[in-house]
Design a protein around this ligand. Structure first.
Ligand code: C2E
Ligand code: MG
Ligand code: MG
Length: 742
């Protein structure tokens, strides 16, 4: 439905926008945390590098210091012997070397002639370490090949002073192994590695490690070959300027952080410490992973929540729709759904003729009472399914309530509707004869309120209720007139109540054997201001519909109480008077208290009042009336069942209900097709009433034959024109006093 889509749109947009914002925040936070961790890692690395450098340089310096101490000792020895000539100095150095127990040490004179291994002299004047030392710079050489044994060695070299002049140098040989031991340091759980390079990038030393990705003997070339041109350029510049630095490079595809720093104490040595990024950022990575996981979980939880929310909303909507739109009795449309569908069709303004059909089953209450609710529901379902099969595309139907159905049709031909009813009759219980009353409203104005259209069709249907052989009626102008008339009547009734225009007439109840007055029925009349007398048949049905009837009943009741009071005061031997009460009173809890309170007000004894409730009112509200009769009889007020035999009388009802009088409807006295049968039933009812201790009153006794029939059947009390018509109070007062009719 469009409505749903519109409803969902802002929701989806807000979810989408929220997700974008959430995603943005997460990306920002991730970047921020990553930066923090990176800079933290760099700081850590720098710290480690400087510590490393300190360790290594102090080790190297310690060794060079030892050489310096030796050099000082030799200088002291020279001083003590007061050697002055250069030849003597050379001799001294040669001798010292020969006698030296430390064979890794050797001296060289000013000209670079080194005294090694007894008589062996070698010329080291070309060596860089010698040149630096003779210039007064203690240093350690790069890796070089020994001229004595051809092995890789390092040579530490310090100047030898005599009389403040450099007279030669002292060298110490470090084997490759020794130097590496000196250099060895465990970095980052052995995952890091170090190089000592010179300013040209030549690798002097390096840690031995599988991660040490050496390709050549030149660090610059290696890094360059891995494609890190910019990194090499910056590193070269820094080294040239004797500056420390930091670079990020990829070696064999592995991201590596490298920090480099000059080892100031050793000439032209630079320490490079490298460590794979993931090692240095191991903790950071764990933090990042946790962070990622938390964020992803949050997003997932959020998305799952949104999905659940949306799913739940849809489910609830479907449940609500089902409640609102699916009739639990027929399984078809509810009236609400019908209204929505019809509204949608009509708002499309298709230029077509549409009709509203409203129908119900005439005697449905009867079916309900005799066959029970299960059968009742089954029939309603069958009716709905027949309607569904019968409908054309574009038409719709629903059950309004009870047994009332409504259809929105494209064709409402009487024959078509009759066909529907006979189809329904064919599928329902075989022994059930269903009668329908249908009203059709032809839609002329698409904008008219749909409820009003349905009302009009229903009003039309009501007018043919009980009319034999007419099942369909079309709403017309006359119904509008009727509605207008009813509206006018309603207004007049209200005004008449206000102006006290209602009066009570009284119709005697007579004992046919003695002619004695045994009671009377109060019957309402409307005496208009122009003194017209209107019978209840003209206003009671409408006042029932509008609820005004309850006021009218109370007016009559008060008039009866006032009459009885004045009769009692006049010393009349009063007989009970019955008052008619509508079924509408039974939905009012205050009904009984009001009755009692009024009787109290007029001080009228309860046994002089009888309440007449129509058979159909009792039938419709059986349980409520059952409770009511139980209570009211406790106060001594009698209850009569009016019009017995006019409706769907259930004899069963009599045995359960505590009633005092049964008023047999005048229809019972009418000529029947089979009078004998009628008499048999009459006799049985009389017999049954006697056994149940219920007194009988026969209504509408008009003729002597009626009276004879009553005698035959053993019925004594009559109410009818034969004895007396309803009469106004003043006239009845005379009869009341006499207590006898004939
Ligand atoms: P009902 O209670 O069955 O009253 C009996 C009706 O039958 C009265 O009609 C009465 O005039 C009429 N009747 C009596 N004897 C004969 C007869 O021999 N032949 C014929 N053809 N009719 C006879 P009424 O007074 O027109 O009242 C009609 C109905 O209006 C009453 O039927 C009752 O249901 C209702 N009604 C009258 N007054 C009241 C009232 O105060 N409150 C309520 N709720 N309903 C009232
Ligand atoms: Mg009555
Ligand atoms: Mg009656």
């Amino acid at each position: 439905m469009n409505f749903d889509k519109i409803l969902q749109k802002p929701f989806l947009i807000s979810v989408f926008v929220f997700n974008i914002i959430l995603f943005g925040v997460i990306v920002f936070l991730l970047g921020y945390v990553q930066n923090l961790l990176d800079s933290d890692s760099r700081n850590n690395l720098e710290e480690i590098v400087s510590q490393n450098k300190n360790v290594i340089t102090s080790k190297l310096l310690l060794d060079l210091n030892r050489l310096d101490i030796i050099s000082n000792k030799i200088s002291d020895g020279l001083k003590n012997k007061n050697i002055t000539k250069e030849a003597d100095i050379n001799k001294f150095l040669e001798d010292y070397s020969k006698n030296s127990i430390d064979d890794s040490l050797f001296l060289a004179n000013k000209n670079g002639l080194a005294y090694v291994d007894g008589d062996t002299h070698i010329d080291i004047s070309g060596r860089r370490y010698f040149k630096l030392a003779i210039d007064g710079i203690s240093n350690i050489s790069e890796r070089t090949i020994s001229r004595i044994n051809g092995e890789y060695i390092f040579v530490g070299s310090v100047p030898l002073y005599y009389d403040n002049n450099i007279i030669g140098t002292i060298q110490k040989i470090y084997t490759d192994k020794q130097m590496n031991e000196l250099f060895a340091a465990s970095l980052f759980s052995s995952k890091g590695y170090m190089y000592v390079i010179n300013s040209e990038g030549y690798i002097i030393l390096h840690t031995k490690h599988i991660n040490c990705a050496l390709k050549s003997d030149n660090y610059f070339r290696d890094v360059y070959e891995y494609g890190n041109v910019e990194a090499v350029r910056k590193m070269k510049d820094d080294i040239k300027a004797n500056k420390s630095g930091f670079m990020e490079n990829a070696v064999n595809g592995e991201k590596t952080f490298s920090a480099y720093t000059p080892i100031e104490q050793v000439h032209d040595w630079y320490l490079v410490t490298s460590v794979p990024t993931d090692v240095i950022a191991e903790n950071g990575n764990i933090v990042m992973k946790i962070f990622y996981m938390v964020m992803v979980s949050l997003v997932l939880i959020f998305l799952v929540s949104i999905c659940y929310f949306a799913w739940n909303k849809r489910r609830q909507k479907r449940v609500l729709e089902k409640i609102a739109f699916v009739d639990n009795v027929t399984g078809g449309n509810t009236y609400n759904k019908f209204l929505v569908d019809v509204q949608e069709t009509l708002s499309n303004k298709i230029n077509k003729q549409f009709y509203i059909l409203s129908f119900d089953v005439d005697n449905f209450k009867y079916i309900n009472n005799f066959y029970g609710f299960a059968c009742d529901d089954k029939i309603l379902r069958q009716i709905y399914s027949s309607v569904s099969v019968w409908m054309q595309p574009g038409e719709t139907a629903a059950r309004i309530s009870g047994d009332r159905f409504v259809c929105f049709l494209l064709d409402a031909d009487e024959e078509r509707i009759e066909a529907l009813f006979s189809a329904i009759r064919n599928i329902t219980e075989e022994n059930l004869i269903l009668h329908f009353s249908a009203g059709v409203y032809v839609i002329k104005d698409y904008d008219e309120n749909i409820n009003l259209m349905v009302d009009k069709a229903s009003v039309a249907a009501q007018t043919i209720k009980g009319v034999l052989n007419q099942h369909v009626v079309y709403y017309s102008k006359k119904f509008d007139d009727m509605t207008a008339h009813n509206e006018e009547l309603k207004r007049d009734l209200k005004l008449a109540i206000k102006n006290d225009e209602f009066v009570a007439f009284y119709q005697p109840k007579v004992d046919i054997n003695s002619g004695k007055l045994v009671g009377a029925e109060a019957l309402i009349r409307w005496r208009t201001r122009d003194n017209k007398l209107i019978a209840p048949g003209d206003f009671i049905p409408l006042s029932e519909k509008t609820g005004l009837v309850t006021d009218l009943d109370m007016i009559v009741f008060e008039k009866v109480l006032a009459f009885l009071r004045s009769s009692l005061d006049a010393g009349v031997e009063c007989v009970p008077i019955s008052v008619n009460f509508s079924r509408l009173h039974f939905s009012n809890e205050k009904f009984l208290p009001t009755l009692l309170q009024k009787m109290e007000k007029y001080q009228v004894p309860a046994h002089l009042i009888e309440l007449e409730l129509t058979e159909s009112a009792i039938f419709d509200n059986f349980s409520i009336i059952y409770d009511f009769t139980e209570k009211v009889r406790e106060y001594g007020v009698a209850v009569a069942m009016d019009d017995f035999g006019s409706g769907y009388s259930s004899l069963n009802m009599l045995k359960d209900l505590a009633i005092d009088t049964l008023k047999i409807d005048r229809a019972f006295l009418e000529e029947a097709a089979d009078n004998e049968k009628r008499n048999i039933i009459f006799v049985s009812v009389v017999e049954m009433a006697r056994k149940l201790n219920i007194s009988l009153v026969v209504e509408g006794v008009e003729t002597g034959e009626n009276v004879s029939l009553m005698r035959e059947c053993g019925c004594n009390i009559a109410q009818g024109y034969y004895f007396a018509r309803p009469m106004e109070e003043s006239k009845f007062a005379e009869l009341f006093r006499e207590g006898k009719l004939c």
